[in-house]
Design a protein around this ligand. Structure first.
Ligand code: SAH
Length: 347
């Protein structure tokens, strides 16, 4: 077991294993999990069913993943973007988005920064600073639950900072912990991973044999647009990505979302819609259009409302399911990386 791991990096089974290694009964692992996940405490000392001496030992050998809220911004629709500081002072953001019927969606980060270098993305400007640990992903959920007490039933989307499939070992461990039937109990169907299109990662997600939701940010169905807007496109032809996504959808019996950030004059014309229809008709796909949220350092603008509506209409006329992320509300979450960027301290 990794000695730098915190208790938040471990599954319930691993917590049990740890207890045995420490000379305690295995069921102490369940007590620990109950305190961490069910009670949701951020303080090891509050897990009073555990003997005080054991709590002290755990504090010394492992401790909990530290995540401190250092900023927040609320959008008109009630979405709240939280800026969290990690133990090493790095900052990430997570967004809590209220949905219909009292459900919430939590948008989580998987890395500090990102190396995919998409032209329109704020996080990309940071480069990849470091990977998040599984515990840091889990701790985002626990912190958001604490900050939004009515959100215990939240869906999770890995659509915050970073490329989750570029950090797949830690992601996989986080998914195990989050979906653990003895722990956090979040069903695979309530967790979506969003990727810029890393085929190996998509295949590995498929091998996990759990029906995680998958979203693929193809950005455009025209390869030349993709090359212009997302350097990662040069690595893999779109057909391969789409084939991997379709295979994933069939295997998990889930519809895979193809996401396109719409940018005026770049990928919002009728021909782009036609190309998208062709690609999206080739598998179990639905479309999500995200009008660009303008960022500093990239001159692109979102298409005007009518043009977005026209694009969506065309796609729907081809009998595809197509949603448009509404600007006012989802703006906060779409503006991937912006809060962390703005508050970054000079180094
Ligand atoms: N790396 C993963 C997850 C993080 S990005 C991925 O690419 O899917 C999450 C989504 O936000 C992606 O669909 C991305 O295209 C979109 N996005 C990034 N910057 C944006 C911006 N400025 N405006 C609107 N959407 C943006």
């Amino acid at each position: 077991m990794d000695m730098t791991a915190t208790l938040h990096d471990l599954t319930v089974a691993q917590l049990g294993e740890l207890m045995v290694q420490m000379g305690e009964p295995r069921w102490r692992g369940r007590q620990l999990a109950h305190g961490l996940y069910h009670e949701g405490t951020g303080d090891l000392d509050a897990i009073t069913p555990l003997p005080a001496a054991l709590r002290r030992r755990l504090q010394q050998t492992h401790g909990l993943t530290r995540l401190v809220e250092v900023g927040r911004r609320r959008a008109p629709d009630g979405s709240v973007k939280h800026l969290f500081e990690l133990a090493d002072g790095r900052r990430i953001e997570s967004v809590a988005i209220p949905m219909e019927r009292k459900r919430w969606t939590f948008c989580l980060s998987s890395q500090v920064g990102c190396r995919m270098a998409c032209a329109f993305c704020a996080t990309a400007r940071m480069g990849r600073v470091r990977q998040l640990t599984a515990g840091e992903m889990v701790a985002q959920v626990l912190a958001l639950r604490r900050l939004h007490p009515s959100s215990q039933q939240a869906n999770l989307v890995f659509m915050g900072m970073g490329e989750p499939l570029d950090n797949i070992d830690e992601l996989e461990q986080a998914l195990r912990i989050l979906s653990d039937p003895d722990g956090m109990k979040i069903g695979a169907r309530h967790i979506t991973i969003s990727t810029s299109g890393l085929v190996d990662g998509i295949e590995r997600l498929g091998r996990m044999e759990r029906p995680w939701g998958l979203a693929v940010s193809i950005t455009s169905a025209r390869q030349d647009d993709r090359r212009r807007l997302m350097p990662v496109a040069a690595q893999t032809p779109l057909e391969e990505i789409v084939a991997a996504a379709a295979a994933y959808g069939r295997k998990t019996r889930r519809t895979v979302t193809l996401e396109c950030v719409l940018i005026a004059g770049e990928n919002d014309d009728d021909d782009a819609a036609k190309a998208l229809i062709r690609v999206a008709s080739s598998g179990p796909f639905k479309i999500n259009l995200i009008p660009l949220n303008p960022i500093d350092g990239y001159p692109g603008r979102p298409p005007d409302r009518d043009r977005v509506a026209r694009f969506a209409d065309r796609v729907r006329k081809a009998r595809l399911v197509c949603t448009v992320r509404d600007s006012a509300g989802r703006e906060v979450s779409a503006a991937c990386g912006q809060l962390a960027q703005r508050s970054r301290r000079p180094e």
